[in-house]
Ligand binder design. Structure first.
Ligand code: VGL
Ligand code: ZN
Length: 198
């Protein structure tokens, strides 16, 4: 039996989703200090760490000027697409890029790939990861899409409720996203609980 493992997935903690960015989540940067605690914990335990990033081409069909719903954001290689400067990603972090082609919205990190093109689900299988601890931005878009797809693919999910923030296009979107993820089987937890069980 291969050893089953837990991994941390930090979703889209990028400048454009933080205050001052092109698609800022209200107080999006408040997730940074708590995510840094999770990063230190997973690093200390030797558990794999993944960080996804929105990585769009300038002509993405996901952008308003090209027919999509969003202002241009996280254009690949731009400052807005860089991880938040205070996010302390350890050197072994595996970066997952998504939404990188014109017709790919890339909401789910499970649709993303490593630098050399390995799809995240394949990599998780190869690494014998069976549970993902998920935090980041935004609860109601990329966090939700990643969690729902991971559950569909058979992964167990712990949702880090103290390390997510929402866009809230409509009031209550975050609450509805929580309900949807939990109904699908995601288990909510906060830092103290995770640090006692990991
Ligand atoms: C996201 C909207 C558009 C996200 C990405 O990371 O949640 N939201 N692109
Ligand atoms: Zn996007």
């Amino acid at each position: 039996m291969p050893k089953r493992r837990a991994a941390l997935l930090v979703v889209d903690v990028q400048n454009d989703f933080c205050p001052g960015g092109a698609l800022a989540v209200t107080d999006g940067d408040r997730v940074v200090p708590v995510l840094n605690r999770y990063l230190a914990l997973f690093h200390r335990k030797g558990s794999p760490i993944f960080a996804s990033r929105d990585w769009h081409p300038t002509d993405s069909a996901h952008f308003k000027p090209h027919g999509g719903p969003w202002p241009p954001h996280c254009v690949k290689e731009s400052e807005g697409a860089a991880f938040h400067p205070r996010l302390t990603l350890p050197p072994e972090t595996i970066v997952i890029s998504k939404g990188a082609t014109r017709w790919d919205d890339g909401y789910s990190a499970l649709q993303g790939t490593t630098e050399n093109g390995t799809p995240l689900p394949l990599l998780l299988k190869q690494m014998a990861v069976d549970r993902l601890y998920v935090g980041g931005l935004a609860t109601d878009y990329c966090v939700k899409a990643s969690v729902m797809e991971a559950i569909k693919l058979g992964f167990s999910i712990t949702l880090l409720t103290d390390a997510v923030a929402a866009v809230n296009v409509a009031p209550g979107d975050e609450e509805r996203a929580f309900q949807e993820m939990i109904a699908a089987g995601a288990q909510p937890a906060t830092f103290d609980e995770v640090s006692q069980t990991l």
